[in-house]
Design a protein around this ligand. Structure first.
Ligand SMILES: [Zn+2]
Ligand SMILES: [Zn+2]
Length: 232
């Protein structure tokens, strides 16, 4: 079971979500993965050499979300310093990964438009499995009589996924990223500089505590509302 808490200001439409994302690495340790812990996948990421939680804070003066990748000594096989070095290197690569995922989906659209053979398209999907984030299953679009496939539906779906991926990438670009070890109360930015864990590494202001007891950080009115979403 996973929960998301959404805050929304009725006056100015300010919006902030609190997720409980986790992160881990894929089998080859070459890509950081982010996911929500669900019942069905509660041991997901157990084998990862480094794993942890993602904590999201809000900085009022930067008007940005600060994402803190937090690990504890027992969730990494490496020393604290080595883990921080690892994360400093791999978290920015996530952006490149999104770009590659976008290329994959665009190329797929081109292949379908060019009427490439089904074998060719199927092979392309298999070979690029790592970029197939939405587990696009080609067979799903083949019709029963095997006389062809529903290419317009396939393209519609891919375009829908593309929008999501681009959205995620834009959001990721807007984050201020930090790394934190549960042993000490400092955050490291991606250049390895240390900051008190309660302040924004970009401007030095304290994080704004978003709650119903506080006014909206944008317009200052007491018109915040909260909703919960449960996912399983
Ligand atoms: Zn700031
Ligand atoms: Zn507001």
């Amino acid at each position: 079971m996973s929960r998301v808490i959404n805050y929304h200001c009725k006056s100015c439409d300010f919006y902030f979500s609190n997720h409980n994302y986790r992160f881990c690495f894929d089998d080859k340790m070459d890509c950081i993965e982010e996911y929500m812990p669900l019942f069905t996948s509660s041991d997901y990421g157990e084998d990862s050499l480094i794993r942890g939680r993602i904590i999201e804070k809000y900085c009022q003066s930067c008007d940005k979300t600060v994402r803190i990748y937090r690990f504890s000594p027992d969730s990494s096989i490496y020393t604290t310093d080595a883990t921080i070095d690892f994360l400093k290197y791999y978290i920015p690569k996530k952006h490149d990964f999104f770009l590659e995922v976008i290329d994959f989906h665009k190329e797929l659209i081109d292949m379908v438009n060019e009427n490439r053979s089904l074998d060719e398209i199927g092979n392309f999907i298999r070979e690029n499995d790592v970029y197939n984030l939405y587990e696009l299953n080609f067979n799903h679009y083949l019709n029963n009589k095997k006389t062809g496939f529903n290419s317009s539906q396939l393209i519609r779906d891919i375009e829908f996924y593309l929008k999501h991926i681009e959205n995620n990438m834009n959001k990721f670009d807007e984050f201020i990223i930090c790394i934190n070890s549960s042993e000490d109360n400092v955050n490291y930015n991606l250049d390895g500089e240390m900051f008190d864990e309660n302040i924004c590494p970009l401007c030095g202001e304290e994080f704004y505590k978003i709650s119903l007891k506080e006014p909206c950080p944008k317009c200052g009115k007491n018109t915040m509302e909260r909703s919960r979403e449960m996912m399983d």
